[in-house]
Design a protein around this ligand. Structure first.
Ligand SMILES: Nc1nc2c(c(=O)[nH]1)N[C@H]1C(S)=C(S)[C@@H](COP(=O)(O)O)O[C@H]1N2
Ligand SMILES: [Mo]
Length: 310
């Protein structure tokens, strides 16, 4: 495993020590908060994420699972390729181009992007279309916050995202599995939904490169490929934008890609999933409608045929 993480640090290790400081405590605490920082050791350099109720009761995968079993095809198609190769990606400085139907188009540095936002810790289920799953303690903020800064104009109906395309840093783009740059998209109401976040970290630390540093999308009720990594462009558009896996095979990978146990992938069942971890003993679960977020998101799709609009 590369870089900035202690390989042996798991959620169970971090939780009792980290004493997640929220902003108010930080400000009110002053020197006290600093002293606390010195007690927590590894977490001292951590992001100041506000703890939330999202995922209460879920048991996150260990950091090792989340950072060593990845899909990030720009660095290779093997699950172990991103952890080997993603260190080549330059993530500082970083900026996002925001364009299209917005009042304030332009280049947003990471500082601009993060200005005034509250980083939250949110523990979400994560379900890949390939039928594996994990539980990840993300750190991030609502995409709606950034769209608010950009000022979405009336004609916008979709949000399009692009990953960096850097052949000199991304050995995987030599292979034309998909048409680069990696692209994704959401309907505007999906993008504005409070569950939809831009994540800048996990386990209280800055985002590991293999997981999409420095900033990636997380849409927990959709298959994992919608959660596009290392974003450099966000465009507000009128028409449904082309998306990487949908361009590869529209029959296999729909634009919506909501997790749905009743709509099998043409080549495999989606009724069950395997929670990564525990090797041969990784646990098998029934796939949940909208990945368990039905109560929150079903309203977005009222009256829609979710088999046709898969
Ligand atoms: N740019 C980019 N984003 C991407 C991918 C990719 O290959 N390139 N893979 C997707 C897929 S298929 C999944 S399952 C998730 C994996 O995220 P993780 O490695 O953090 O678990 O990232 C998604 N985002
Ligand atoms: Mo995936």
């Amino acid at each position: 495993m590369s870089g900035c993480f202690k390989e042996d640090l798991t959620w169970r290790d971090v939780t009792p020590k980290a004493a997640w400081l929220n902003r108010r405590q930080l400000i009110a605490g002053g020197a006290g908060a600093l002293a606390m920082g010195s007690i927590v050791g590894p977490a001292a350099a951590s992001l100041n994420a506000v703890k939330t109720d999202y995922g209460a009761g879920l048991d996150p995968n260990p950091l090792e699972d989340i950072t060593s079993y990845n899909n990030f095809y720009e660095f290779g198609t093997g699950k172990g390729d991103p952890v080997q190769n993603a260190h080549m990606l330059t993530t500082e400085p970083w900026s996002i181009e925001i364009d299209g139907l917005v009042d304030n188009p332009g280049t947003y540095s990471m500082e601009d992007v993060l200005e005034g936002v509250t980083l939250e810790e949110r523990i979400y289920r994560f379900r890949c279309v390939e039928t594996w799953s994990m539980v990840v303690p993300w750190v991030g903020f609502e995409l709606a916050d950034l769209l608010g800064k950009a000022g979405v104009q009336d004609g916008a109906r979709y949000v399009a995202f692009e990953t960096a395309y850097r052949p000199e840093e991304m050995p995987g783009v030599r292979s034309r599995v998909i048409e680069w740059p990696y692209r994704e998209g959401l309907r505007l109401d999906e993008a504005m939904h409070p569950l939809t976040i831009l994540a800048t970290g996990l386990y209280g630390e800055p985002m590991p490169k293999q997981n999409g540093a420095p900033i990636r999308l997380v849409v927990p009720w959709k298959y994992g490929y919608k959660s596009i990594k290392s974003i450099v462009r966000i465009s507000l558009v009128r028409e449904q934008p082309p998306t990487a896996w949908n361009m590869y095979s529209a029959r296999e990978y729909g634009f919506f890609s909501n997790v749905n146990p009743n709509r099998d992938h043409p080549r495999w069942s989606q009724k069950f999933e395997r929670r990564i971890g525990g090797g041969l003993f990784s646990k098998k679960f029934e796939t949940l409608m909208f990945n368990g977020y039905e109560e929150e998101v079903a309203g977005l799709y009222e009256g829609m045929d979710l088999i046709k609009n898969h």
